[in-house]
Design a protein around this ligand. Sequence first.
Ligand code: CO
Length: 468
Amino acid sequence: MITDTILRDAHQSLAATRMRFDEMEPVLAQLDEIGYYSLEAWGGATFDTCLRYLCEDPWDRLRNLKKYLKKTPIQMLLRGQNLLGYRHYADDVVEKFVEKAIENGVGVIRVFDALNDVRNLETSVKAIKKYGKGKCICEAAISYTTSPVHTTEYFVKLAKTLEDMGADNICIKDMANLLLPFTAYEVVKELKEELRPETKVHLHTHNTTGTGDMINLMAIQAGADIVDCALSPLGNGTSNPATEPLVATLKGTPYDTGIDINKLLPVITHFNKVAQRLEKDGFLSARVRKIDINTLLYQVPGGMLSNLISQLKSAGKEDKLMECLAEVPEVRKDCGYPPLVTPSSQIVGTQAVWNVLAGKYKTLTAQYKDLILGKYGKVPGQISPDVLKLCTAHGEQAITCRPADLLKDEMQKLTDEVKSAGFYEKEEDVLSYALFPEVSNNYFKWRKARETGVDDDMAKNADGVYPV
Ligand code: CO
């Protein structure tokens, strides 16, 4: 089965998540008839971009998608206790968010934690099971990475824990395209042997380094039940492997997707026009469509490499790139081999730059300290005792509990804030505000201006135009 990411990851990976709802609407009914396992359409950066740039209420977008997608489940991506934001939220916010996402039409929730700390998934998994009964599939994802502790055995053990917690599906989430085809075969084969027969294995990869189609094909042969693809107008490159070549490859084999490629044609024509618009507006460039082998060479995700380069550039030390690339594995080892995904990729990368420019651990970034002290959760491997000593030199305490255990309920306080600002229209507004306070307030001001017609300037969006 195929999950198509054309409505989320595809334009997030290639075009700064700028596809508008009116660019989806004309083909939603047709997409619903294709026979996909699910359509990924919500979560990730879509929420932020809707509010920040598109003057769309992400909750309205979800309800509008649901009007057309009657058969195909809408899939969303949720970053565990971080939801879609950048900090840990109290349990009552996580529970309310999941409840509202399901109520408004989400049918598959893929939930993951950057460190693979299952404690950061507990509350969201429980909430999905509670509110999703018969309506929403709970898909727990493993952030894929490579390191001495990330063996196939480690992934299988983690998957079984997630299954025991209540996950219906297990996803291997290879956001950086670090996974290689033969490893994919091995990992999926083991998972299929060790997990319950009813548990589906879902593979998510990208085509950044050009291995994506091979990964999918090998995973399918090893028994993967579902893979993620993106329709060709916004497929490949830093996006997911294109849908159509895989559909054609599997046709007539025991793995036939049942998808009729002819039915896809009008949809492809439509999204080609959308891709042209995104290109015209400067959101989509040819560069992100090309194969980039840097991840194969340095084992660091593409985004992390460009961050390293820009940090060195602003310090006028571009010549230190190779030293930094050699320092990254050292810094990562010292903090217990976190997967190199947001936010740990930036944390490790920035500390590596400091080590090279200022001397080894002479300067410790606040985020690196927090990672060492357990504030993001438990790291997969052992933390270097020497680095731990440095990070606790001023009386700082490492925590061993689930980070959210230190947070008090916050829904009431957030609700009061939205109400006292005069922006409250529905419960969902509080959740938007919880995730992106400033961005949401700007959106609420715009909404109010449009409703009352009093402030014409406010009714324009961030680019100074009236949203369609
Ligand atoms: Co992705």
